[in-house]
Design a protein around this ligand. Structure first.
Ligand SMILES: [Zn+2]
Length: 314
């Protein structure tokens, strides 16, 4: 019996350019049906035997904190639209509880669970609905080989089009610095991905990689073979996004999370969060630290440890 959610808290969120209160709920569910991504440690937040009743209790517990929040985010460490993980009757329970009380609901799903049926269900509610999809990158090689995500860019495109055809907003999660990419490659990968999803996604959420327990990525990191991205790289990507782009750097400043030199991490992360709410580039004005020069050199020089693709003969 699981009566408590993994976590529930209030935070600020953008809604039509306005900054409003948001309730974020992480439900303990059966978890993701795929669960093979190299950086994902969310399995620890799931439980095989979660029932419909458990989910109801978790959600009712969470709603006590709703207050006058106008946005609700429901995350499950999996897919809200996977009926094997989240029974359709629980989704209906959620809609009924939120009807007439909020302006926007944000959920997440892998693309394979987005269908005309699930999109129609979301579109029938009296609030705006946004579905976040963990695309991670528009590059199929990086997604397949460096992340083992298990779907292709065309799968994301299909899902995004289905959602849009039903008037649902689409958020694309992009992973900043999957394993095996240099800092510069990681920045270019995200910028290329943003270009690729423009017109399909209403907003991109840049997720700087953090090292989670029990993952393949953690094994690389423990041997010094992986460094999470610099916060400067996140700033760079947000500045150049040219579309609504948000970022909430998890575990920033820690060696497991996105970090700079230790002196400036807090200030840079704060600016990133402020930009995410305001979309105003002046959030980044005045940021400066000695470590910026090191980051610039890393971006410039790290790729020299590679063989240029043009010189590889197979
Ligand atoms: Zn610094």
């Amino acid at each position: 019996m699981v009566f408590r959610p993994v976590a529930v808290w209030r935070e600020k969120e953008r809604l039509d350019g306005e900054i409003v209160d948001c309730l974020t709920v992480i439900l303990r569910s059966k978890g993701c049906r795929w669960k093979r991504c190299l950086m994902c440690g969310y399995k620890k937040d799931t439980s095989e035997d979660v029932t419909f009743e458990d989910l109801k209790r978790q959600f009712e517990f969470s709603l006590k904190k709703l207050g006058d929040a106008r946005v609700v985010k429901i995350f499950t460490s999996g897919s809200f639209l996977d009926s094997n993980e989240i029974p359709p009757e629980f989704r209906r329970f959620v809609y009924e509880k939120l009807m007439g009380r909020i302006d926007k609901l944000i959920v997440e799903s892998r693309p394979e669970f987005v269908s005309d049926e699930t999109a129609k269900e979301l579109s029938e509610q009296d609030f705006i609905v946004e579905v976040g999809i963990g695309l991670e990158t528009a590059d199929d090689f990086v997604r397949e080989v460096c992340i083992t995500k298990g779907f292709r860019f065309e799968d994301f495109v299909r899902a995004a089009k289905v959602l849009k055809s039903h008037g649902i907003r689409v958020k694309a999660y992009l992973l900043l610095k999957p394993p095996f990419l240099s800092e510069g490659e990681a920045i270019r990968d995200v910028l290329n991905s943003i270009k690729a999803v423009r017109g399909l996604a209403d907003v991109v959420s840049i997720n700087p990689t953090n090292v989670q327990s029990g993952t393949y990525l953690e094994r690389l990191w423990l041997r010094g073979l992986y460094r999470p991205p610099w916060l400067w790289s996140a700033v760079e990507v947000l500045k150049k996004a040219k579309m609504e782009a948000i970022c909430d750097p998890v575990a920033y400043g820690k060696s497991r999370g996105p970090h700079n030199c230790g002196r400036c991490d807090r200030e840079v992360a704060k600016a990133i969060k402020e930009f995410s709410l305001t979309q105003d580039e002046s959030s980044f004005e005045g940021l400066n630290c000695r470590c910026m020069k090191i980051w610039e050199r890393v971006v410039e020089l790290e790729d020299y440890s590679r063989i240029p693709l043009a010189l590889i003969h197979v």
